[in-house]
Structures are given as structure tokens and as C-alpha cells.
Design a binder for this molecule. Structure first.
Ligand code: NAD
Length: 265
């Protein structure tokens, strides 16, 4: 018997070119799924292995803000397999700045990609999942959707919106066999993370953020993929409407160094 826990599942992933979305696609394939990726960026070399290991998988270039593109993508997947088992929404951008310094257009761009893009991904698959009376929706928010962060503004607001959207999906569709959950990553070493805190001159800022991760390091994309696998698999069959921090203890509380004095370091 195969120990691949997502054998034959038809799974869709946005933001599948890079970072967390790519790691989730790769993990799903290792678990036996057929994966369909979507990203505004070109198909990266890593997708050759996905398409080889999971025949029937595909990659579509498109913008999550484009409702017609997402609808066509979902229609293609349904036409190919007759069903859609899972949608994971990892497409997103980082941005921010205190409100008085943030152009309104930038506020709107981030809402459009991170929040409305997530809404459109779900909208593209929900009718099919309702017909099936089954499916899993896994959104990707952030610890910064659970609490404030200096200069967070539009990013944090978009991610807070994703969390509450996900809870409402669980309210509306759980009885129809569709489970919806949200992953709230801490800081994960990806191209997006590098663009925010990997720049020279930001070392002190980066160390201070790392200190908030109680395990003493930043996360890896495959550690988010592990949580995504759990939320897609039957092991989470009684989990719906949950916002799951996968954050090395980032939101566990504030660390002030007291226990360092007692040798806990
Ligand atoms: N890396 C972190 O520390 C971290 C922490 C918390 C949450 N997140 C969230 O995780 C998700 C993935 O981030 P990542 O770190 O893997 O970043 P990443 O930049 O490596 O990947 C994001 C992907 O989204 C794609 N994308 C951006 N705009 C798009 C659009 N309009 N349409 C389609 N695709 C688009 C990008 O091309 C990219 O491939 C994002 O939603 C991000 O906010 C990341």
C-alpha cells in the first residue's frame, strides 16, 4: 500500500513559482498529488521535476488579481480531472510603511493581490467543491495578520483580512464538506523575506526580528509545506476555521531575556 497520503488528489497552488508556494507544490507531489501551479512569474526550472514526478501537473502564468484568468485556470483543472480537491493560496507581496508615508495606490495594490487575490482563488474553485461536497482550502496569511508590526499597515491589514475571510469560509462551507484553514507563517527564508530584511544595513533589524522567533532562527519554506500537508490531509479532518501560526514561537509572547540569566539560551 502506498504511504503517499495525498495519492491522486488534485491540488491547486498560487504563488507556485517561488518560496512557500513552490515548497508546498513539491511536498504535495511527494505525497502523491497532481499539482497545478499559478503565478505571475514564469515557470521556474524546479517545475520540470514536479511535472515529471506527477504526470498531469501543470503550471499557468497569470495574475491573481485577474478573475477571468483564475476562473479559466480552475476550469482547465476541472476539465482535466473532473474535480478539484484543494486550493492553497500562497501568492502575495510584501509592502508597508506608516500610513502617512504610504501612497494610496500602494495600499490598494497590496489589498488587491494579497486579499482580493485570495478571494478570487477561492471563488474560482468553490462551486466545484460544493458540487463534490468535499475540498480543502488553505490560505497563507502571516503572523503579521495576527498582530501589529511597526510600519505594517497595508500588509498586516491584508493578512488580517485573509485570516477572517478564511474563518468565514469555514463558517459557510464546513457543513458542505469543505474545510478552510489559514497558515500564519513567521519569517521564512524566501526571496520575499530577502527583499524585506536581507538587505545590507538591516542586520540589527533582522537580528531583532529573529530574536522574536523563540526557537532562535528563521523558518524554511518546507516547514510551512509540512503544515500545509497536515491541513490538506485527513489527519486534519476535524480542523476548520483555524489560523495556525507556524512561526517558531513568534506569537507565543514577548521575550525580554530574563531566562537567559538562568542559562536558558
Ligand atoms: N517569507 C515570509 O517570511 C512570509 C511570512 C509570512 C507570510 N508570508 C506569505 O507567504 C506567501 C508566499 O510568500 P514567499 O515568502 O514564498 O514569497 P515569494 O516572493 O518567494 O513567493 C510569492 C510568489 O507570489 C507570486 N505573486 C506575487 N504577486 C502575484 C500576483 N499578482 N499574481 C500571481 N502571483 C503573484 C510571486 O511571483 C512569487 O512567486 C505570501 O503571501 C507571503 O505574504 C511569507
Amino acid at each position: 500500500m502506498s504511504d503517499q497520503r495525498l495519492q491522486g488528489q488534485v491540488m491547486m497552488v498560487t504563488g507556485a513559482s517561488s518560496g512557500i508556494g513552490l515548497a508546498c507544490a513539491e511536498r504535495f507531489v511527494r505525497e502523491g498529488a497532481i499539482v497545478h501551479g499559478f503565478d505571475i512569474a514564469e515557470k521556474p526550472a524546479a517545475w520540470a521535476a514536479i511535472e515529471k514526478d506527477a504526470p498531469g501537473s501543470s503550471f499557468t502564468v497569470g495574475d491573481v488579481r485577474d478573475e477571468a484568468a483564475q476562473t479559466a485556470w480552475a476550469a482547465d483543472v476541472k476539465a482535466a480531472h473532473g474535480r478539484i480537491d484543494s486550493m492553497l493560496t500562497a501568492a502575495g507581496v510584501a509592502s508597508g510603511g506608516p500610513v502617512h508615508l504610504l501612497p494610496t495606490e500602494e495600499w490598494q495594490r497590496v489589498q488587491d493581490i494579497n486579499l482580493t487575490g485570495t478571494f478570487l482563488s477561492v471563488k474560482a474553485v468553490i462551486d466545484t467543491m460544493l458540487e463534490q461536497r468535499s475540498g480543502t482550502i488553505i490560505t497563507v496569511a502571516s503572523v503579521e495578520g495576527l498582530e501589529g508590526a511597526e510600519g505594517g499597515s497595508t500588509y498586516n491589514a491584508s493578512k488580517g483580512g485573509v485570516i477572517l475571510l478564511t474563518k468565514n469560509l469555514a463558517m459557510d462551507y464546513s457543513r458542505m464538506g469543505i474545510r478552510s484553514n489559514c497558515i500564519c507563517p513567521g519569517f521564512i527564508d524566501t526571496p520575499l523575506f530577502q527583499s524585506v530584511i536581507g538587505q545590507p544595513g538591516l542586520e540589527t533589524f533582522r537580528d531583532s526580528i529573529m530574536e522574536q522567533h523563540k526557537v532562535g532562527r528563521f523558518g524554511r519554506p518546507d516547514e510551512i509545506a509540512g503544515a500545509a500537508f497536515f491541513l490538506a490531509s485527513d489527519d486534519s479532518s476535524f480542523v476548520s476555521g483555524h489560523a495556525l501560526p507556524v512561526d517558531g514561537g513568534y506569537v507565543a509572547g514577548h521575550r525580554h531575556g530574563h531566562t537567559k540569566l538562568m542559562g536558558l539560551d
